[in-house]
Ligand binder design. Structure first.
Ligand SMILES: Nc1ncnc2c1ncn2[C@@H]1O[C@H](COP(=O)(O)OP(=O)(O)OP(=O)(O)O)[C@@H](O)[C@H]1O
Ligand SMILES: [Mg+2]
Length: 473
């Protein structure tokens, strides 16, 4: 099953919104804490003022202070549209002078309550409701020695909470709006930004599987350009491989048609013969034709095996070119003797180690020696040389003294099926094409020149020495 890939748009939004929302939560908490502090400062002052007003209603001397506050005056003093207020006044000796019996005595005031002067402010609960309280000790009037009373006023938190939340909302709501707008802008922006990618996708999905032309990079964003370039490069390589294979199939079919028709004609002829000697002769001809055909098929397969795309399957191993060229040349001696050709080898004293695929290199040397022997005149001389060149490369040269290949043909004979006009020897024109492919797979270069003595041809292949110079196994 295909794993759902996170989409770019969602990923970007998650990256943007995640931290922003976290910041918003922290900001809300900080805003609430700060506004609560300022709201308390403002309303605490009013609460303190009420406490002072209540104390102004305490009359009498040191010995017996009393609260002279009528219910109506108390109602007016404690009237508030949003909150309920409670108070309690205690004399210095601890006697309660008036107020709400449900309020705690002065001794219950927490010591760590914050305050200013001799007033202390703190949060508490009263009748099951959270309240803000002020607890203060005050003289009942300005005269010196006036008795001191303890007054407490409590107020529920409705207006404080409401104001605090109003402040928070005024800070947080614009921020929330900003985040929503940013999210919309990012969503639309990314969506627009991805338009060229959508076009690219349809450009690829709409094309035929046979269309290997490059994708148009005109409208492609810079970030995706390297990817498209790589895809185009891959298409170009695929196209070359397909071209090669198509040409190969066409060539192979064309080349096989003639010999197979020839075989059929020979068989028909042989079937019509009654004379056993002539039948034997026809069979011998048939054998030769079948042999030629099988060589052609082998060469076609070799051509396919060494096509440029085969690089991945080539296993290059360290190999001594000097010893290997000698070994392969030796195998040709009987054949050369049969054709009365003097096959010689000139090597060097030390190994010439290169990276090579043994079987393919053998095929390369075989094809060159085969040509040299085949196209030399009888009684001629063929020399295989292995040497280090002036620029440090390792060269393998095969010279013959047959007819020189015209300069104009020196490039074309490496093409498949190309043969020189007037060549009477058997052959299909594939040998040098295979040599050229194998050289390319080895990163080697081929050159064809007139032989140094001016007679015949020299085919040279130049290999790069093995980099670390380790000896051949
Ligand atoms: N050493 C040579 N001397 C002269 N002509 C050569 C030599 N090598 C190649 N040629 C010419 O180049 C042509 C192509 O050679 P190539 O080896 O590709 O094919 P071929 O020898 O004709 O056939 P085969 O596929 O059997 O090798 C030959 O037909 C021949 O005309
Ligand atoms: Mg040949």
């Amino acid at each position: 099953m295909r794993r759902a890939e996170p989409r770019l748009q969602r990923k970007l939004l998650a990256w943007l919104l995640g931290p922003l929302m976290l910041l918003l939560v922290l900001d809300t908490a900080a805003a609430y804490w700060t506004s609560r502090r300022f709201v308390n400062i403002a309303y605490d002052r009013a609460l303190h003022e009420i406490a002072r007003e209540i104390v102004m209603h305490v009359k009498g001397g040191e010995s017996q202070p009393r609260l002279e506050l009528s219910q109506t005056a108390a109602d007016i003093l404690l009237m508030d549209a949003d909150d309920r207020l409670y108070f309690r006044v205690d004399a210095g000796n601890g006697a309660m002078l008036g107020g709400d019996i449900g309020m705690p005595p002065p001794s219950a005031v927490p010591v760590d309550a914050g305050g200013n002067g001799n007033a202390r402010f703190f949060e508490s609960t009263l009748r099951g409701e959270p309240v803000r309280m002020v607890s203060a000790r005050m003289p009942i009037n300005e005269t010196a020695g006036a008795p001191v009373v303890h007054v407490q006023v409590a107020e529920t938190l409705n207006k404080r909470s409401r104001l605090a939340w109003e402040v928070v909302a005024s800070v947080v709501l614009p921020q929330l709006l900003l985040i929503v707008m940013a999210a919309i802008v990012v969503w639309l922006g990314v969506s627009r930004g991805l338009d060229p990618l959508k076009r690219l996708r349809s450009a690829v999905s709409d094309r035929s599987h046979l269309d290997l032309s490059p994708i148009d990079t005109h409208d492609v964003p810079g970030e995706v350009r390297p990817l498209v370039d790589e895809v185009n490069d891959l298409m170009a390589r695929l196209s070359r491989t397909f071209d090669f294979q198509n040409r190969f199939v066409a060539d192979a079919a064309h080349q096989l048609k003639t010999p197979v028709s020839g075989l059929k004609a020979q068989i028909e002829l042989a079937l019509r013969e009654n004379d056993p000697d002539r039948v034997r002769h026809s069979l011998a001809q048939l054998y030769l034709s079948a042999d030629r055909l099988s060589r052609l098929v082998r060469q076609l397969l070799s051509l396919a095996r060494n096509e440029p795309g085969a690089l991945d399957t080539v296993q290059l191993q360290p190999l001594d070119l000097n010893a290997f060229a000698l070994e392969v040349s030796m195998e040709w001696v009987p054949h050369a003797i049969k054709r009365d050709i003097d096959l010689g080898f000139e090597g060097v004293e030390h190994p010439l180690v290169i990276d090579a695929d043994r079987d393919r290199l053998r095929e390369l040397i075989n094809n060159l020696i085969d040509n040299a022997i085949r196209y030399s005149q009888t009684g001629g001389r063929v020399t295989v040389r292995a040497a280090t060149t002036a620029d440090g490369q390792y060269g393998l040269a095969i010279s013959d003294d047959g007819p020189s290949i015209p300069v104009a043909e020196r490039q074309r004979i490496f093409e498949r099926f190309h043969r020189l006009l007037g060549t009477h020897e058997d052959g299909s024109g594939l040998g040098l094409a295979i040599v050229s492919e194998i050289a390319t797979l080895h990163g080697a270069r081929i050159s064809l020149e007139e032989d140094v003595d001016g007679v015949g041809n020299t085919f040279s292949v130049f290999f790069r020495p093995r980099r670390d110079g380790s000896p051949a196994p």
